[in-house]
Design a protein around this ligand. Sequence first.
Ligand code: SF4
Ligand code: SF4
Length: 122
Amino acid sequence: MANWGFTLLTDNHIYLNNNNTSWFKTVIAKEPSILNCISCGSCSATCSSGHFTELSMRKINVWLNRGEIEPIKNQITKCMLCGKCMLICPRNVNTRHIILILHQLMSKETTYSFQSDYDFKK
Ligand code: SF4
Ligand code: SF4
């Protein structure tokens, strides 16, 4: 058979009922602006850390919505909390506050601790 250079994608079924949506619900309660996200990707395109790591705020928002927690834990440690993503967001999503909430949720689950007295809502 001729090789036309195409391959079939493997199935990627997501069973939302089995995923953990508790983090998304907590983030919505503390930072409702996450619901304004339209996955435009502007935050990821301007991310200082994203140029050197796989950090993507757009992906984090999507994973949160789906209840896929594990990849988020790896990514948020790469954020420098510089706030560029928040400034560029056309929907006024407070992305920096979302990252901070995710750090707090992660520290509740593990021995990992993130210390900050600063309230990014101010
Ligand atoms: S820039 Fe704002 S609206 Fe666009 S993907 Fe990022 S958080 Fe969502
Ligand atoms: S606050 Fe974090 S996610 Fe946003 S641009 Fe800065 S390093 Fe990237």
